[in-house]
Design a protein around this ligand. Structure first.
Ligand code: PHB
Length: 406
């Protein structure tokens, strides 16, 4: 998928925003003079996700995974009918506060579900804190969101950037690689994943070194000069973070530059998750760590993969799982609250204590409200991200700076 590919929802940004206005008009029609809960006012879920740009497919799959769960519950969460609003955040941090304020202020959603991009998520977490809005983060890994910005009403069902890449440091060190180059986009996710990889690599004690850290601005995909640099440095291995359309192009360009068979490519699993089909042969052999793998052999994954394929016609990926689990978490909260989103304390307590049998394996939540889960070493074989081993079981983010942890 390239960044100029058509928005997979088939909607323009204006359509999405009009969808918000339209839905709000309908749901604000006066019904009977009864309290909101008694008259059955729906639970309003505001999706703030990228529906265009390099992360468009990621946003779409989160949205579809979430809706699949709600459909399986008869269109309800905690027994309460659900309505959806969508805002395309375009992965633009500079628009994030306005977009969030629109959902919270004008549309008065009960919960915001978003987003993919770490920089956008940090702005969202700030607004959620200022306005006491329930926020469920279904992807963005910004360590701060469940660190210094943590709050009782902020939950993350996906990962912290640290979690995804710390385990890879040991994998690369144990493989005996002594000289490693890193490459990523220069923004929170890329920088935090590279830092976590370096921490894991140093802690593994193999005595290797990071030869050079290469970056380019998000969401640029002109990799040629950096690939030439890698070729001249001749490291033993490369660690990378790219995702979505950018990851498709990077993996193809790496192979086309003749590096694929000379210098093994590693990364956090976003490099090949949801992108593998478009990468084709170029992805074969890439090893990554992530909290999901295509062939995880558990009943929840089997049922989920089949249902997602039936609904969307596409193979599930980690983003679809994260969307599905976000709805599951809110279902647990809304059930404990008796379907009343205003019963916030009950909702939060139940979500914090939730144990979910996810397609990725068992998950629970840390005191900082970040997901605790297994991280798997995977290898691309025959167009699939195949499970190799558990790289780190039950890994919790250390959550430095979060006041809820002490
Ligand atoms: C992020 O910006 O936190 C991010 C984006 C895409 C991914 C993973 C993390 O696939």
């Amino acid at each position: 998928m390239s960044s100029d590919q058509k928005n997979p929802t088939g909607m323009t940004r204006r359509d999405l925003l009009q969808g918000v206005a339209g839905a709000a008009a309908v749901s604000s029609l006066p019904a009977f003079p009864m309290p909101a809960l008694a008259q059955g006012a729906p639970f309003k879920v505001g999706f703030m996700l990228p529906y265009t740009g390099t992360f468009a497919k990621l946003g779409k799959f989160i949205d579809e995974g979430f809706r699949l769960y709600v459909e399986q519950k008869g269109g309800k969460l905690g027994g309460r009918a659900v309505t959806f609003l969508q805002v395309d955040d375009e992965s633009k941090p500079e628009s994030a506060t306005d977009n969030m304020n629109r959902l919270v202020g004008r549309e008065k959603v009960d919960v915001v579900v978003g987003t993919v991009h770490s920089g956008v998520a940090m702005a969202m977490a700030k607004v959620a804190r200022d306005t006491n809005t329930m926020l469920v983060i279904p992807n963005a890994g910004a360590n701060e969101a469940t660190g210094p910005l943590c709050a009782p009403h902020i939950f993350r069902t996906s990962f912290s950037n640290w979690q995804t890449s710390f385990p890879m440091g040991k994998v690369v060190a144990d493989a005996g690689h002594k000289n490693v180059v890193t490459i990523s986009w220069r923004y929170a996710a890329g920088q935090q994943m590279v830092e976590a990889f370096k921490e894991g690599y140093a802690k593994a004690g193999g005595g290797g070194k990071i030869v050079e850290e290469l970056y380019l601005p998000f969401p640029e995909v002109e990799f040629q000069a950096l690939l030439t640099r890698i070729a001249s440095l001749k490291p033993d291995a490369v660690f990378s973070f790219f995702a979505g359309g950018g990851a498709v192009k990077f993996v193809k360009d790496y192979a086309a530059a003749g590096l694929k068979d000379k210098i093994p490519l590693y990364g956090s699993g976003f490099l090949t998750d949801g992108t593998i089909e478009a990468q084709g042969e170029a992805a074969n052999g890439i090893k990554t760590t992530l909290h999901y793998a295509d062939n995880l052999d558990n009943p929840a994954n089997k049922a989920f993969s089949e249902a997602f394929k039936k609904k969307s016609g596409q193979d599930a990926d980690v983003y679809a799982v994260q969307g599905f689990d976000s709805a599951n978490l809110l279902d647990i909260g809304m059930t404990a609250a008796g379907g009343d989103a205003a019963a916030r304390d009950k909702m939060v307590a139940a979500m914090a204590a939730a144990k979910i049998d996810s397609p990725r394996g068992p998950i629970s939540f840390s005191k900082a409200h970040n997901v605790v889960q297994n991280f798997y070493l995977r290898e691309v074989r025959n167009g699939r991200n195949e499970f190799i081993s558990v790289a780190h079981a039950d890994l919790a983010d250390p959550a430095p700076g979060c006041r809820m942890t002490s």
